[in-house]
Ligand binder design. Structure first.
Ligand SMILES: *[C@@H]1O[C@H](CO)[C@@H](O)[C@H](O)[C@H]1NC(C)=O
Ligand SMILES: *[C@@H]1O[C@H](CO)[C@@H](O)[C@H](O)[C@H]1NC(C)=O
Ligand SMILES: *[C@@H]1O[C@H](CO)[C@@H](O)[C@H](O)[C@H]1NC(C)=O
Ligand SMILES: *[C@@H]1O[C@H](CO)[C@@H](O)[C@H](O)[C@H]1NC(C)=O
Ligand SMILES: *[C@@H]1O[C@H](CO)[C@@H](O)[C@H](O)[C@H]1NC(C)=O
Length: 459
């Protein structure tokens, strides 16, 4: 996620939907500006991978990281030749040879007269490097300004079809190219100004992301996230393009418009059917839909216009944390007050900590403008206080406060999403205590959860 600083959601985040369709937070890393966070296989083992570095205007400069199932870094590496910080955000794919495919944007002097520009101009070109992860050396390199050498194994997108051809998506061309793995020539164009296909009016896409082969022949199927919008369609959607025949469209209930980023993951089910996981890029939603386009899951995980997520994935992942959570927190006491720096806080309720996150039902409870939590251990000793939250932001709040009212009862956790407060405990924090509480009803549970997640650190 790449939220505004006040959103507290700038970090890679995993939700666990295996037990519970509310998808409690499962893992967060305390590092900012991270892209294409996903699971892959490296040297035969499941790993977490991501890019981390400095995000610039639509691109980035940084390095690539691989963690094992215990969240321990196995290796990190950088791009070569144009400066070690030139690794770019948009792709990080480990190949079956355990090398990595990464993009690099770099500027080269270019004669722009043919395109109406100046003679001594610059071309900001996209190139790709295949890196030997262990030695950091370049195995292969391909650049877009010269269409040669593509048959040597490499392209911007990891997928190639059975014939070794490549799919390249150019967002600002509204076009997807099928490029020959033999000689790099363009076999066909789908979309854009020179499309080789007639595209149904309602399947025309624009500013797309994440184009992937689903099937490269019989039928040719391509999945993509269509950022849009087009004249008649004011929202973003996923498209499953059956080149030559049918088109399927998928969207979430909110009909979100994502101006940038976004993803479509095809989930192949054991019964042979497919579901689709739509990530709404610049807006904090993802949704899972079945082949009929019915919504199975529709999630908002952050505040609208404040938090974005480049791509959302639903992979199987076994958590094998290397370290135990180092908090002794067993329960939370929830307090409320009218100002974040109030010296007097009124007790609302307590709840037993049930996991990484505990949602406490506050239905019907009168809350003041600010809410916070206090972590308590098994013998009832206070371990520390959370920052205060108004459901939008976190605020530093004093710990030495007068506590009014007595604890009423220990309530069940994780009930209805709305009008609930959430408290979280952090593993790996230096004090062993970190907790956040916020009123869920201010925008939605997910905003609350977002704020909750925000201040925490997990390594
Ligand atoms: C991850 O790496 C650490 C450090 O080498 C190791 O102790 C741990 O067992 C590894 N975890 C897994 C699941 O392989
Ligand atoms: C730049 O390209 C134009 C058009 O192709 C050509 O006429 C001109 O000589 C080129 N300039 C240089 C310095 O190569
Ligand atoms: C781009 O690739 C071509 C062919 O591989 C190579 O000759 C050229 O030097 C490359 N350009 C840059 C800027 O690396
Ligand atoms: C790659 O394509 C070039 C240009 O068509 C050709 O000369 C070369 O033999 C091809 N190499 C391989 C390995 O196919
Ligand atoms: C998260 O990382 C930052 C920068 O390394 C550090 O200053 C901060 O204390 C960390 N936060 C927690 C809760 O560990």
């Amino acid at each position: 996620m790449d939220g505004e600083s006040t959103s507290g959601q700038n970090w890679p985040t995993m939700y666990d939907f295996s037990q519970d369709r509310l998808g409690p937070l499962a893992w967060i890393a305390n590092c900012t500006e991270l892209f294409d966070f996903k699971t892959q296989t490296y040297r035969g083992q499941p790993v977490l991978t991501f890019w981390s570095g400095e995000v610039l205007n639509g691109y980035g400069r940084g390095s690539y990281y691989i963690l094992n199932e215990s969240y321990v870094e196995l290796v990190h590496f950088q791009a070569n030749r144009f400066g070690s910080d030139m690794g770019e955000i948009h792709e990080f794919t480990i190949t079956s040879d355990d090398t990595a495919l990464i993009p690099v944007y770099h500027a080269i002097p270019w004669n722009l007269t043919e395109t109406g520009g100046i003679e001594n101009g610059w071309l900001f070109e996209n190139m790709f490097q295949e890196i030997n992860v262990e030695t950091g050396e370049t195995v292969f390199e391909w650049n877009a300004s010269t269409h040669i050498g593509i048959n040597e194994s490499y392209n911007s997108l990891p997928e190639d079809d059975a014939a070794g051809d490549h799919l390249v998506s150019a967002r600002v061309m509204d076009c997807i190219y099928k490029i020959s793995g033999e000689d790099g020539h363009i076999i066909w164009r789908l979309g854009g100004k020179r499309s080789n296909f007639e595209i149904d009016d309602d399947a025309v896409f624009a500013f797309q992301h994440d184009a992937r082969w689903v099937d490269s022949k019989n039928p040719v199927q391509i999945a993509l996230f269509d950022n849009g919008p087009m004249e008649d369609i004011a929202y973003s959607r996923d498209l499953l393009l059956d080149v030559n025949s049918d088109t399927k469209k998928f969207t979430n209930a909110a009909k979100t418009f994502a101006t940038f980023e976004g993803s479509m993951q095809v989930l192949k089910l054991s019964d042979g059917n497919m579901n689709y996981l739509v990530g709404y890029g610049s807006q904090p939603y993802f949704a899972e839909l079945n082949a009929q386009g019915e919504i199975l899951l529709d999630v908002q995980f952050g505040k609208t216009n404040a938090v974005n997520c480049y791509r959302a994935y639903k992979p199987p992942w076994l958590k094998k944390p290397f370290t135990k959570p180092d908090t002794e927190c067993e329960s939370w006491v929830v307090y409320t007050a009218n100002s974040s720096d109030s010296s007097t806080w009124t007790t609302v309720t307590t709840a037993r900590r049930t996991g990484f996150e505990a949602t406490i039902d506050l239905d019907g409870v009168q809350l003041d403008a600010y809410v916070r939590g206090k972590a308590v251990n098994g013998s009832g000793t206070a371990l520390g206080w959370a920052q205060a939250s108004n459901g939008e932001q976190l605020f530093d709040a004093r710990e030495n406060v007068q506590q009014n009212g007595s604890v009423v009862s220990i309530t069940a956790s994780r009930t209805t999403p709305l009008s609930s407060a959430t408290c979280s405990a952090a593993t790996g924090s230096s004090t062993g205590v970190a907790a956040r509480a916020t009123q869920g009803s201010m925008e939605s549970l997910y905003t609350a959860a977002a704020v909750v997640a925000g201040g925490l650190a997990f390594v």
